[in-house]
Design a protein around this ligand. Structure first.
Ligand SMILES: [Zn+2]
Length: 676
């Protein structure tokens, strides 16, 4: 399949800024339209070349046809009165009215969230790529939808664009213009090859009540509730997107039903009277509160449906019982609509939020607490713990205090700091009213591997990477990992009971994912800045790198005690000797020792030949023994041990040193040489 579009000639590896954008757009004129295959489009994106997916020049009036539709998800929004800024909802830099939703906020959408949503509603993009400014803590990506034939009517094309935007939700409003060029990005993260049937999508998008006028402005400023819910696009297209349609109430199931109306009208008195007459239930923390409302409140009963398994959807004009309410595997009640044009999936929070039209999650929670007579009760102890943890985050991101007192630490952890931030946030959400502290009076909290990943919004496959970062923080004394014998038995049981619920969502037998980690977090303050910074210096002196982080790296450089401090869970290992099992201290494996020994011989061979060794040459020399990455990581793990043990040093090959060794290659690599 060949598709008409414009692909720019220049390649970029970062997002083009300022005047360059004008130059790019200036080049992308109508006469540059050519036919490309999908593979060519994908390659151009990976090459860094900007594209305009339509048969169109600079201005929308030159639009001729279109077969590809793209939308952006950037996890940004406008600051409105009901948005509460916090750890996961932050102001954009240099912009007073723009906000960023970070992983951890309810509003943040990862590409996996969106893919799932697309699959649920049967509107699957051909591929998705991350944009240049995509970050792990704030996903930014672009969905690329491809039709089986081109659309030649601009009104239909606009409707399709708006339909996709409204159905996927929360998209960058700039996408509505059909002449819009799209910058390239970093990575193709989803590739289904799916081609949409254009007749289908034209029919679906027709249901949108859109009066398409190009370059003409109509502004509707009525303040009634109904028009407030309308979405006004700034090129003058007013439409009522499907996602915000008013619930249809005259279905048979809802005849005698006032609860839906009461929620939509935010009729607190009526609802409190009906559902909140019980004794107040007080939850120890937010996590337990959420668990309760999702699982214990029967959504079908609440919405007063007699046959909740098959109902007319309350979120779209439904003539065929498209929706159903059921309990998911983890016990949470789910409202799901199977209609292609609506297709929502909500738990109780989503249902109430959508019905009542709350614009921020905290307001939804407040409403739910009020009508069901629930409370998240925190003891003085919990409040203090939270304050300590919040203070830690403030210190990490605050003024120059941390940077001034712990400059090397700041340098070492700067690129991974947000993992610590996220972990502290997990700790805050999971403080319990029992006074849980370690020997030093520091807050203890626990979390399973999969819960940590879920909360951080990253894939369970990246668990090892997360643990690596946690080891870095543990080394810097910003975090302490507790070994099993440091945790009281009653706490272990408690943790298991609580974490078991999380694991229900994620049926797996992998012990590592289910393993419950116990951490304690000290209060970062002037009295421990010194010991934190001392570790940071030690890190530098030992030539540690993020990539080499492993129990072995610490063991080889600093011995068993340090390795046990950073990896307390691996202190002991069971080995079978003469058919009997023995529990012994974990040291290094024979294979690993062999690799280190080979590296040492390679270094001395190279020094004999050239007077110095470089990492590159060592890797080269051992290429028949191990693959590149294996040697590279082994060097990082054992470098300190090798340097100390064989009276070697690692120096930067500056100009004078390059001359001394007759080095002609470009740059300033590290050399391993003999100590003088
Ligand atoms: Zn529906």
């Amino acid at each position: 399949m060949k598709i008409k579009m414009v692909i720019d000639t220049e390649k970029f590896s970062i997002k083009p800024q300022g005047g360059i954008i004008g130059t790019i757009v200036g080049r992308m004129t109508l006469d540059k339209v050519k036919e490309y295959s999908i593979e060519e489009l994908k390659q151009s994106i990976l090459d860094g070349r900007t594209n305009r997916p339509s048969n169109c020049g600079k201005g929308e009036e030159s639009w001729l046809s279109q077969q590809i539709f793209m939308i952006d998800i950037d996890n940004e929004g406008n600051l409105t009165n009901d948005i509460i800024l916090g750890d996961y909802i932050k102001l954009s830099e240099n912009k007073k009215t723009k906000i960023r939703f970070l992983v951890g906020s309810e509003q943040h959408k990862t590409y996996n969230n969106i893919i799932k949503h697309c699959e649920n509603i049967g509107l699957v993009p051909n591929f998705i790529y991350t944009s240049f400014n995509h970050k792990e803590e704030q996903h930014k990506f672009r969905l690329v939808f491809i039709l089986d034939k081109e659309v030649t009517d601009i009104k239909i094309a606009k409707k399709i664009q708006l339909y996709i935007m409204n159905t996927i939700g929360d998209v960058d409003e700039q996408c509505k213009n059909l002449n819009r060029p799209y910058f390239a990005g970093k990575e193709i993260v989803f590739d289904s090859g799916n081609i949409l049937n254009s007749d289908n999508i034209i029919e679906l998008s027709n249901s949108i009540n859109v009066d398409v006028k190009i370059n003409k402005t109509t502004i509707n400023k009525s303040k009634s509730e109904e028009s407030r819910k309308r979405v006004l696009y700034n090129n003058g297209i007013t439409n009522t997107p499907i996602l915000y349609s008013t619930p249809k109430l005259d279905t048979p199931e809802s005849d005698n039903n006032y609860t839906i109306k009461a929620i939509a009208n935010r009729d607190r008195e009526y609802l409190k009277n009906k559902y909140g007459k019980n004794n107040k239930i007080i939850f120890e923390n937010k996590h337990l509160f959420l668990d309760y409302i999702r699982k214990e409140i029967n959504l079908g009963e609440l919405l007063e449906f007699n046959y909740p398994k098959s109902i007319r959807c309350i979120f779209h004009e439904d003539h065929n019982n498209s929706a159903s309410i059921f309990q998911a595997d983890d016990g949470a009640w789910i409202y799901k609509c199977h209609s292609a044009s609506c297709g929502v999936t909500y738990n109780i929070i989503g249902v109430i939020e959508r019905l009542a039209g709350f614009k921020s999650r905290p307001n939804t929670y407040k409403f739910i607490k009020e009508i069901f007579n629930l409370e998240i009760g925190e003891t003085e102890w919990q409040k203090i713990q939270k304050e300590i943890l919040q203070e830690n985050i403030d210190i990490l991101y605050g003024d120059i205090e941390f940077e001034e007192n712990c400059p090397q630490t700041n340098k070492n952890i700067n690129r991974v700091k947000h993992y610590l931030d996220r972990l502290i946030n997990i700790a805050m959400k999971n403080t319990y009213n029992e006074e849980l502290t370690d020997d030093n009076g520091q807050v203890v909290f626990f979390a399973s591997g999969d819960y940590i990943c879920k909360e951080m919004g990253i894939s369970i496959n990246s668990l090892n990477k997360v643990y690596q970062k946690l080891a870095v923080f543990a080394y810097h004394k910003l975090l302490k990992k507790l070994s099993d014998d440091e945790v009281p038995e009653r706490l272990k049981k408690r943790a298991q009971a609580i974490m078991i619920n999380h694991n229900k969502d994620n049926p797996t037998d992998n012990n590592k994912i289910r393993h419950i980690n116990f951490f304690s977090i000290p209060s970062y303050n002037v009295n421990n800045f010194d010991e934190i910074e001392q570790r940071a210096e030690q890190w530098k002196d030992n030539h540690y790198t993020m990539k080499g982080v492993s129990r072995e790296m610490f063991y080889r450089a600093e011995g068993l005690e340090m390795a046990n401090e950073i990896y307390p869970q691996y202190k002991k290992v069971t080995e079978t000797i003469d058919g009997k099992k023995h529990v012994i201290d974990r040291t290094t494996t024979e294979k690993s020792d062999e690799r280190t020994n080979n590296i040492i011989s390679a270094i001395f061979d190279l020094i004999g030949e050239y007077g110095y060794a470089t990492e590159k040459r060592i890797v080269q020399k051992l290429k028949y023994n191990y693959n590149y990455a294996t040697t590279e990581i082994q060097i990082k793990k054992s470098l300190k041990e090798i340097l100390d043990g064989y009276n070697l040093q690692r120096i930067r090959a500056k100009k004078q040193i390059k001359e001394q060794y007759g080095i002609t290659i470009k740059g300033y690599p590290f050399l391993i040489v003999k100590n003088d």
